[in-house]
Design a protein around this ligand. Sequence first.
Ligand code: SAM
Length: 297
Amino acid sequence: MAELITVEDPDDPRLGDYSGLTDVALRRCREPAEGLFMAEGEKVIRRAVRAGYGMRSMLLSAKWLEVMGDVIAQTPAPVYLVSPEVAERVTGYHVHRGALASMRRAPLPSPDTLLTHARGGVVTGSVDDHTHPGATSTSGPHTRERRIAIFEDIVDHANLGAAFRNAAALGVDAVLLTPRCVDPLYRRAVKVSMGAVFAVPYARFESWPRDADVVRKHGFVLAALSPSARSVTLDEFADRHYEKLALMLGTEGEGLSAEALRVADNHVRIPMDAGLDSLNVAASSAVAFYATRPRSG
Ligand SMILES: C[S@@+](CC[C@H](N)C(=O)[O-])C[C@H]1O[C@@H](n2cnc3c(N)ncnc32)[C@H](O)[C@@H]1O
């Protein structure tokens, strides 16, 4: 059972995890360095806990005590009770969802480890050392088609969160991020994903696109999503039914780098109408994940 501590001073050092949440630059450095991330709102906090992330503390206004009662009963982490005014003074914004939790990051598996533990069956399994919360079990049929997504240099947290949500909802088995891709555990990404960043196992390449070799070594066909007229259409591509497919999506604005396009085995386009040349990256991911979903029969 968590200890309930009423705090009235916004400068109380025990609330340090929650200070300056609106300072994106500060939080982007601080959170990975200190091994924490923020979960905001009842659903997201529950999903983080269910995914196996440890809790450092919670910050609640009184009316959330009852709603979060079962979570409080199960956690040894302190729960700081504050007024909405104190919460706002500490965080820098009005905490609409009334509940924040500071969660512990876990070490990420390497891309090789992530894909190794896919074991020719499903990729939703955990790695042996359980270093990646969100991973569950490795059971499953060994013949099922598998898909992973590679997000190259996505710089907008909302886009990354939405793309993770699409991946979780549309059965993508794992996500690989290039080194410059933003942090999926940053508050905005977590919030937009509705906690889906906890549900899809992910890893980060050390070097990209050199590490595309790791993906190929595991038998994945690399498909670059690119609106270029030279690309094959998504309908035509989806009919090929690859057993192991890695769908690569590029950064906002520029799209996939020339190097990424070079290492891809296929270039695939979603045909565009109305004189528009491309979709937003998260929207494209939803279309591509859906079109390439495994089908029985
Ligand atoms: C905003 S778009 C970038 C547009 C950029 N001008 C380009 O040529 O790729 C971001 C990413 O979404 C995906 N995307 C957007 N529209 C697409 C389309 N019509 N077909 C295939 N992929 C698309 C691509 O992966 C792209 O890198």
